[in-house]
Ligand binder design. Structure first.
Ligand code: PMP
Length: 331
């Protein structure tokens, strides 16, 4: 990083006309960069770092939830996110650098330094430098690890819903760009589908995989409920191994509801009683229409999702003692 920082400093003096500040109100005081808290405006790299290094970059999306009653901030399933982060780095052939424990400590340090006392979204990002340009962007290197935090109010229990449409874009697959890796370039697939969905009047796309079976959303996994049974595609269906998905499966099973992981056809969605997305950013999020077919009453979320959402809200805010092991207290 020394070289990058030096380059960044040189760039700063060469372009003094342009102040190195983020848009007003958008940036917290600090981010965390490979082992140290760094003032936001000082975390610069050389302009040639823009672009190619991103094709090898992997990241995590993590939520922290504020519990006003306890005056405490809880990070949801932090060890699980950091273990998936390590898995993504390994698959992208990054050399081991910081341990999950070091990254975890950095993340908590960052939340404290930024005095975060509200719901927040954290994004650790691992990337290797720009020594090799082009599609062979550096491998077998120790990555830099950047962590940013930003306010992100939870939408749980707000009654929000989305409509969805089956995308004309196919989900990337394990032998093309493995969805199991939380890699930045995978999101080009998500971006194409999201913009297509919006232009077609839907809030969200739903991807089918190369086998024509239901895969996931652009940044979330998908569940449907038919006749009281909760169903979701398996982790071999071209999906991210989602931590929210695993949590939802366990919460339903603990509630005594049957959960099945199996391939899903698109027409099953059209006749499902309930459909919902789940993911760190989406949390649990009802889908009221798929391709214009009403799900349930076509307007509101159904009873099994409502029951889950109430429990989920308590769990993520550290208010359910049964799942206290799923949250990490910050303050
Ligand atoms: N699928 C994709 C493509 C995602 O980007 C995400 C968000 N990380 C998910 C599923 C949900 O994963 P998680 O529950 O771990 O956030």
């Amino acid at each position: 990083m020394a070289e990058l920082k030096a380059n960044g400093a040189a760039q700063a003096t060469a372009t003094t006309a342009r102040p190195q500040t983020a848009p007003a109100g958008a940036s917290p005081p600090y981010l965390w960069l490979t082992g140290q808290l760094t003032p936001w405006a000082e975390a610069t790299v050389h302009i040639t770092m823009v672009g190619w290094p991103a094709i090898g970059a992997v990241f995590e999306g993590i939520r922290a939830y504020w519990n006003a009653e306890q005056g405490q901030l809880y990070v949801f399933r932090l060890p699980e996110h950091l273990s998936r982060f390590a898995q993504s780095m390994k698959l992208m052939r990054m050399l081991p650098s910081l341990t999950p424990e070091q990254i975890s400590a950095g993340l908590v340090e960052l939340l404290r330094a930024n005095a975060v006392r509200e719901d927040a979204y954290l994004q650790p990002l691992a990337f290797t430098g720009g020594q090799v340009w082009g599609s062979r962007a550096a491998a077998d290197q120790v990555p830099e690890v950047l962590i940013t935090s930003r306010p992100s109010p939870s939408g749980l229990l707000s009654g929000r819903t989305s409509t969805a449409g089956i995308s004309s874009w196919t989900r990337i697959s394990d032998n093309v760009m493995p969805p199991r890796i939380k890699a930045l370039p995978n999101y080009a697939n998500s971006r194409l589908a999201s913009h297509e969905a919006q232009r077609n009047g839907y809030d969200q796309p739903i991807f089918l995989n190369t086998a024509g079976k239901v895969a996931e959303g652009p940044g979330s996994c998908l569940f449907m409920i038919r006749d009281g049974i909760v169903i979701t595609p398996p982790t071999t269906a071209s999906i991210l191994e989602s931590i929210t998905r695993a949590s939802v499966i366990q919460l339903y099973r603990d509630m005594g509801v049957e959960v099945v992981e199996r391939d899903m056809d698109r027409t099953e969605l059209y006749v499902a009683d309930e459909v919902f997305f789940c993911g760190t950013a989406m949390e649990v999020h009802a889908v009221t229409k798929v391709d214009g077919y009403d799900i349930g009453d076509g307007k509101t979320s159904g009873p099994l999702l409502n029951a889950l959402e109430r429990t989920f809200n308590d769990v993520v805010r550290g208010a359910d003692s049964r799942y206290r092991g799923w949250v990490t207290a910050v303050h």
